[in-house]
Design a protein around this ligand. Structure first.
Ligand code: ZN
Length: 529
């Protein structure tokens, strides 16, 4: 329902009227210039009438107070420095991740959240990186830059020397028809010909290829997540290859400069030999982890919950400042902004630092499972996990029904730039499990052009984050959560399984979800012409 109907509620509900009046008074002390951040600016140059703000004045005043606190009173950047420099890499199940969980609990308590606790869940395997080295033996001799992907196995302890053969990622079905030729070889993933239209489905197939390669006796696979090529100058990118998966064959990311040289030799028909030594430690689980949870309790509907989150875990080639220390500390900053604004939302806002995101959304999947009974009382999940750039839009996870309401809200955030609203479905972040639960899993999209370099690489460090952008994104998160929590009407209720399944089929997400075992809907959702 559009927000402007709040006006008619005021006429009919006396209690509400009084509360609204009190809220206006509470807000009045906030510095007036801060209201300019979100205050309607319909007459500002370049803004059309269609952008005119129609949120009611009482709500705008409250949002102004939250914006002011978010931009001026939080410890977001300092928190990110602590997480990046004092704790560092936080691979799920590691001692550093446990330290980060304890840190998150302390920060939530310090910020004044209620019901602060850790919600434990289990991972099927533990994994620790030890070392990865490679050298070109023929046709010339020189060292190569590689790093192991996560949750994959090792070569023999002193490494192995082998010939390199190409495998075309665009024709994996054909390649897998004759795996015997891979025995004793190092497989280099190449991309020749036309790319398949469904990139996610081919990412799904990659796991089957790894199993076939291992069974055939291949030594190792060179190729990043889903066989991708490393981005940037002399960088490798680690990552997993499925959801809570472990593959015995070693898989490495090689710096693009080195990989392309190997590929040039192969293209010319020159035999390439490498020495490769990859050592990882795997423990068969289960390995314990935990999400960190804390609430701002709603004043009117405490049972109704809006989740705000980012993931606390990271990869281990650097300190995970952009993936996703940024989102985790923005989540804490959003909590601080609302608490310091003095505004009390009508519904409960629950802040969650998820873990296990990097191993396949495991913490958020665990959250949805743990809170299964309360899912009908959940309204939305707002997730920030797209790097270090400013929020550029709201992706509503298939909930096209919410676009008009969210667009109206987005229009009120003029000082944060033009924010796009669409119903894109994002399964690359912790929005996924909430979307499958029928809720709007709202992915805060970001304009992060450098993220393709910092993502899962050795340059994912604190210096890549700008304090003003972090504060700004934390503030957008706080405003979004507060706006949903404060509405007179409930923004959304979970869709039925039928409706959710149909939406996911219509959005072509069913194939990949089935491939990864994340489709709980059986035969629901039929293909449409
Ligand atoms: Zn991430």
């Amino acid at each position: 329902m559009p927000f402007s109907t709040v006006g008619s509620d005021l006429v009919f509900e006396k209690g509400l009227y009084l509360r609204m009046t009190r809220k206006i008074l509470l807000c009045a002390c906030a510095a007036a210039f801060l209201f300019a951040l979100v205050w309607p600016a319909a007459s500002a140059p370049g803004r059309s009438d269609a952008d005119a703000v129609t949120l009611d004045p009482a709500t705008l005043k409250c949002l102004g107070a939250v914006a002011g606190a978010g931009m001026m009173e939080t410890n977001t950047y300092e928190n990110l420095r602590e997480l990046s420099d004092d704790i560092g890499a936080r691979i799920t199940g590691s001692p550093e991740a446990a330290k980060a969980i304890a840190w998150g609990l302390e920060k939530m308590k310090g910020a004044g959240l209620e019901n602060v606790h850790a919600e434990t869940w289990q991972l099927s395997h533990g994994w620790t990186r030890i070392s990865a080295h490679a050298e070109l033996i023929a046709p010339i001799h020189r060292p190569l830059m590689i790093d192991s992907l996560g949750w994959v196995g090792s070569t023999p302890t002193s490494g192995a020397e082998a010939e390199v053969v190409p495998v075309n990622a665009y024709q994996l079905d054909d390649e897998m028809k004759n795996p015997a030729r891979w025995s004793g070889k190092i497989l280099l993933v190449v991309h020749n010909g036309e790319a398949p239209t469904d990139r996610m489905a081919s990412f799904g197939k990659f796991g089957n290829f790894l199993k076939a390669a291992h069974q055939a006796g291949a030594v190792a696979v060179i190729g990043g997540q889903g066989g991708s090529v490393a981005q940037g100058m002399h960088l490798t990118h680690t990552g997993v290859l499925g959801f809570d998966t472990y593959y015995e064959i070693p898989v490495v990311s090689m710096a693009a400069e080195d990989q392309e040289q190997v590929e040039r030799y192969l293209d010319r028909g020159i035999t390439v030999r490498l020495k490769i030594d990859v050592q990882n430690r795997v423990t068969t689980g289960p390995v314990g982890s935990a999400n960190v949870v804390g609430d701002i309790r709603g004043t009117e509907h405490p049972d109704q919950i809006i989740v705000v989150g980012g993931h606390l875990d990271s990869w281990d080639l650097a300190s995970g400042a952009t993936d996703n220390g940024f989102g985790a500390t923005a989540t804490l900053g959003a909590a601080e902004a609302i608490i310091k604004s003095g505004q009390k939302p009508r519904r409960t806002i629950r802040f969650v630092l998820f873990t296990g995101e990097e191993e396949g959304l495991l913490g958020s999947l665990a959250y949805v499972k743990t809170h299964h009974e309360e899912m009908p009382n959940h309204i939305a999940a707002i997730i920030l996990d797209n790097g270090q750039g400013p929020v550029s839009g709201f992706q509503l996870g298939g909930r096209a029904d919410l676009i008009p309401a969210v667009q109206k809200f987005a229009n009120s955030l003029g000082a944060f730039g033009k924010l796009k609203v669409d119903d894109e479905v994002e399964f690359g972040t912790d929005t996924g499990p909430f979307i499958v639960a029928g809720l709007p899993g709202i992915n805060l999209d970001q304009d992060s052009p450098e993220y393709k370099y910092t993502h899962h690489s050795a340059v994912d460090t604190f210096d890549k984050v700008q304090a003003d952008i972090l504060d700004r994104d934390a503030t957008v998160m706080a405003l979004t959560a507060f706006w949903i929590a404060e509405r007179s009407d409930r923004l959304a209720s979970p869709w039925s399984q039928e409706k959710t399944a149909q939406m996911l089929v219509d959005k072509h997400q069913d194939v990949i979800l089935k491939l990864f075992g994340l489709w709980p809907f059986g035969n629901l959702g039929s293909a449409r012409e």
